[in-house]
Design a protein around this ligand. Structure first.
Ligand SMILES: [Fe+2]
Ligand SMILES: [Fe+2]
Length: 294
């Protein structure tokens, strides 16, 4: 197992929201259900571009990348936060555009079939274009690891997240296909990226937070031994949560006391409103095209 004591730290991080559900007011960017977050990381003499998720719409991603001036081939690594199509579907097309060998990091189960049955049965995973064989053929160097895993100096995958709270991380009613049976799924493949910002603390980048954002932040503290959470960006998947769960999540976040909360994608309007109320200046909105320099 990787020795987390070697984790290290980064000098600077720039997060560009290449795509998410919404484009801002008078924006030329396109919104598309899903998320794609570009991390420009500087650590020592190393500058790397890591793309967390690719979204479902290749056209929207390419449109937004052109506006931000990001060339697909300039990306050094792709990280898949979990299996769902709104994070993974465009992968094969993006790899084709990158036209090179590139590490693709995710959980060992990230490319499984995942089924929703409500309101009707459909497969909501990465889809038939994104099988391991096809992705490898397009240059993906699949690094499918369920443990905390180093991406570069000061940047770590959470690996599978320990579910410790009683109000999150139980799945969203989807099923896996196992030996011909539909088996309830808890989205064990949900993983986030932890960046250790020099002099600031941990900044956590999440796709949907299906493991639960409080679980993810507590897990990040536990595996790194660093208690200071500087901030978090990503989907918090509270879109269908009731008031009780939203309240418990906000209480849990307050307990972790991040300096910045930047929720998007599947967070949902009600939770967004309450997070903004609670965190005030520490809350930042995000849309397609937003840039955060940390
Ligand atoms: Fe999801
Ligand atoms: Fe999502």
């Amino acid at each position: 197992m990787y020795n987390i004591k070697k984790f290290g730290e980064v000098d600077s991080l720039r997060v560009t929201v290449l795509m998410e559900d919404y484009a801002g007011y008078e924006s030329g960017y396109w919104g598309s259900h899903g998320i794609a977050l570009l991390l420009d990381v500087k650590a020592g003499g190393t500058n790397k571009r890591i793309l967390l998720d690719v979204g479902q719409s290749f056209e929207a991603l390419m449109h937004n990348m052109e506006l931000t001036g990001v060339e697909p081939e300039s990306i050094d690594m792709v990280f898949l936060s979990h299996c769902h199509y709104d994070h993974t579907l465009a992968l094969a097309d993006v790899l084709e555009q990158m036209n090179k060998e590139i590490p693709v990091v995710g959980h060992p189960k990230v490319l499984r079939k995942n089924f929703a049955v409500d309101p009707f049965l459909k497969e909501i995973g990465a889809g038939n274009k994104n099988t391991p064989g096809k992705l490898t053929g397009l240059g993906a160097q699949l690094a499918l690891v369920g443990e905390p895993f180093p991406l570069m100096e000061g940047v770590l995958s959470t690996g599978e997240v320990e579910r410790t709270t009683d109000f999150e991380g139980r799945g969203i009613g989807t099923y896996n296909l196992v030996d011909g049976s539909l088996v309830p799924d808890s989205l064990v493949d949900d993983m986030s990226i932890i960046v250790n910002l020099k002099g600031k603390g941990l900044f956590v980048v999440s796709g949907c937070s299906h493991a639960g954002i409080v679980n993810i932040l507590e897990h990040s503290k536990k595996i790194t031994g660093i208690d200071n959470i500087y901030g978090v960006i990503g989907g918090l998947h509270l879109v269908n949560a009731d008031d009780r769960v939203i309240t418990k999540t906000i209480d849990g976040l307050e307990g972790v006391n991040p300096h910045l909360v930047i929720p998007g994608h599947c967070t949902g309007q009600k939770a967004q409103y309450r997070l903004r109320e609670k965190f005030g200046d520490r809350y930042l909105p995000m849309n397609s095209g937003s840039v955060f320099v940390l």
